[in-house]
Design a protein. Structure first.
Length: 478
C-alpha cells in the first residue's frame, strides 16, 4: 500500500492521512496579509511554511492549486489612510507590491492565485445573501451579522465555549447585534470610508466573509487544506467554517493547518510589544536562504525563537553546506571509486528525509538529516576525493535543497555574497597551522572523525579550510 502523507489537523487535533477529494489534486488556501504596513517575519514564516508544503507535494506527484489572498479593504487600512492622508486604495497598492517583493526576495514561489478582496465584492454579496436565506444571518441597521447560535458546530475548530470566546477577544458593544459573539458579514459605510452598493445599503465586507467567498470561488465549496498562523484559529477561521458550512451545508475544509508564531528572545513578536522585525530589514543583514534555513529548522507548528545569534548561526550553517558543494565541485573527476560508508549514509538519508516530510512536513528533522549527510560527505571527500557515490550524493542534497528553497545558488555565487556576522578570531596563526598539520596526519591515518572535528572547530571560530592539490590552505570568513 502506498504510504500516505500525515497532516496534523487542528480540527481533529491529531495527524490524519492526506486523502484528497479528487485523485492527486490538493487545493490549499492560506490567509495572506492585510496590506497596511510592511511585511514582518511572521508573514514570512507563514509564506515559507506553505511554500515548502506546496513544493513538497508537487515533488511527490500531487497537482497543487494554491491561493493566498490580499485583504485590501479593512479597518486597519482605513485608519492608516486617516493618519497619513493617503487614499486607502493607494495604501493597499503600495503594501501589496511591497509584500510581493519581500516574498520574492525570500525565495517564496508565486501561488496559483492571489485574489484581492476588492475584486470579489459580487461573490461576497452573493454569499451573504445565501447565508441570510438559510436563516444564519440577519440585516440590522445597514450591517449584516452572522448568528452564531444558528450554527450548531460553532467552536469546533478552537474548542472554545461561548464564555471562553467572550473572554478571549475584545467584543465591541453594538446594539445592532442579537448576541455579543455575532460577527459582521457586511458593514454599513461611514463617512470617508470605501463602500460598494449592496441589498443592505452602501458598505463593505466584514473581515471573515472575504476568505470564504474567495476560497470557494477559486477552489470549490470543499477543498483540502486551509492554513495560516495559529493566531487566526479564533475568531477568523472559526467564523470561516461557520459561515461557509451554513451556506453550503457541506464540509468546508478537510485539514486545518496552522504555523507557530515568531518569538523575539522568547517573547511573541507583535506590534503592541514593539518588537516587530520586517522582512526587508532581516534581508539587509542575512541571506534569504539563511532566513529560510532558520525557520525550517523548527517544525512549522512550533514557535521559532528569533535572535541575532541564532540567525548568525544559521548563516554559518548554510555556508558550511555551500563550502562542501564548493569542495566537491573543485575535485578532478579521475576515478570510479566507491565509498561504502557514504553510500550507506546516502541510502539512510534518502529514506529518512522523505519519511520526515511525510510526517506532517517535518522540515526540522529533514534539515538535521541533511547536515548528517554533509558531514559524511566531507569525510568521504577527505578520504577518497571524487567517487561515483559523491555525484549521487550531491544530487540528493540539491534535491532536498530545492524542496526547502535553499542551495539554489552556485557555491561561488553564494560565497561571494555571504553576509556572515563578524566574529573575532581568538586563535593565532601558529595554532591554526598546528591544527592543520594534525588534521593532515589524521587523514593519512584515516582517522576521519578527528579530521572532521578539527575542520568543524576551526569553522566555528571563523576559519575556513580548503583542500587543494598543493595542500590545505585557510582563510578568515569574510
Amino acid at each position: 500500500m502506498e504510504n500516505k502523507i500525515k497532516v496534523y489537523n487542528t480540527l481533529s487535533q491529531q495527524k490524519e492521512d492526506l486523502i484528497p477529494y479528487n485523485g492527486k489534486t490538493v487545493r490549499i488556501y492560506a490567509c495572506g496579509p492585510t496590506v497596511y504596513s510592511s511585511a514582518h517575519l511572521g508573514h514570512g514564516r507563514a509564506a515559507i511554511t506553505f511554500d515548502v508544503i506546496t513544493r513538497f507535494l508537487r515533488k511527490v506527484g500531487y497537482k497543487v492549486e494554491y491561493a493566498r489572498n490580499f485583504t485590501d479593504v479593512d479597518d486597519k487600512i482605513i485608519n492608516k489612510s486617516r493618519e497619513t492622508g493617503i487614499p486607502t486604495e493607494e495604501i493597499a497598492r503600495i503594501y501589496t507590491e511591497e509584500y510581493k517583493n519581500d516574498m520574492f526576495n525570500l525565495g517564496v514561489e508565486t501561488p496559483t492565485y492571489e485574489p484581492k478582496v476588492t475584486e470579489y465584492i459580487t461573490e461576497i454579496i452573493d454569499l451573504i445573501k445565501t447565508i441570510i436565506e438559510k436563516g444564519h444571518a440577519y440585516p440590522s441597521g445597514g450591517d449584516v451579522f452572522f448568528s452564531i447560535k444558528s450554527f450548531n458546530g460553532y467552536g469546533k475548530l478552537s474548542k472554545r465555549t461561548p464564555d471562553e470566546m467572550l473572554a478571549g477577544i475584545r467584543i465591541d458593544i453594538n446594539e445592532k447585534k442579537e448576541d455579543p459573539l455575532d460577527f459582521a458579514l457586511w458593514k454599513g459605510s461611514k463617512p470617508g470610508e470605501p463602500w460598494w452598493e449592496s441589498p443592505w445599503g452602501k458598505g463593505r465586507p466584514g473581515w471573515h466573509i472575504e476568505c470564504s467567498a474567495m476560497s470557494m470561488k477559486l477552489l470549490g465549496k470543499s477543498f483540502e487544506i486551509h492554513g495560516g498562523g495559529k493566531d487566526l484559529i479564533f475568531p477568523h477561521h472559526e467564523n470561516e467554517i461557520a459561515q461557509s458550512e451554513a451556506a453550503t451545508r457541506v464540509e468546508f475544509v478537510k485539514y486545518w493547518v496552522h504555523n507557530g508564531v515568531i518569538q523575539i528572545n522568547r517573547e511573541k513578536m507583535s506590534k503592541s510589544v514593539g518588537n516587530i522585525i520586517n522582512v526587508k530589514d532581516a534581508l539587509s543583514i542575512w541571506s534569504k536562504e539563511a532566513i529560510r534555513l532558520f525557520l525550517l529548522s523548527h517544525h512549522y507548528q512550533n514557535p521559532a525563537d528569533f535572535s541575532e545569534s541564532a540567525m548568525d548561526e544559521s548563516e554559518t550553517a548554510l555556508e558550511r553546506l555551500y563550502i562542501m558543494l564548493k569542495r566537491a565541485s573543485n575535485l578532478t573527476i579521475e576515478s570510479k571509486k566507491e565509498d561504502i560508508e557514504l553510500q550507506n549514509s546516502l541510502n539512510l538519508f534518502k529514506t529518512k528525509w522523505i519519511e520526515s516530510m511525510y510526517d506532517d512536513f517535518n522540515t526540522a528533522d529533514a534539515v538535521g538529516q541533511l547536515f548528517d549527510l554533509v558531514r559524511a560527505t566531507n569525510r568521504s571527500i577527505d578520504a577518497f576525493g571524487w567517487t561515483t557515490t559523491l555525484k549521487e550524493t550531491i544530487k540528493e542534497i540539491r534535491s532536498l535543497g530545492s524542496t526547502l528553497g535553499i542551495l539554489e545558488l552556485s557555491p561561488d555565487d553564494y560565497l561571494k555574497k555571504e553576509k556572515l556576522s563578524k566574529k573575532p578570531i581568538d586563535i593565532d596563526e601558529e595554532e591554526i597551522s598546528h591544527l592543520i598539520e594534525e588534521r593532515t596526519a589524521a587523514r593519512k591515518q584515516k582517522n576521519w572523525k578527528r579530521a572532521d572535528e578539527i575542520r568543524t572547530y576551526l569553522d566555528s571560530i571563523g576559519i575556513i579550510l580548503e583542500d587543494t592539490s598543493k595542500g590545505t590552505i585557510w582563510k578568515v570568513k569574510s
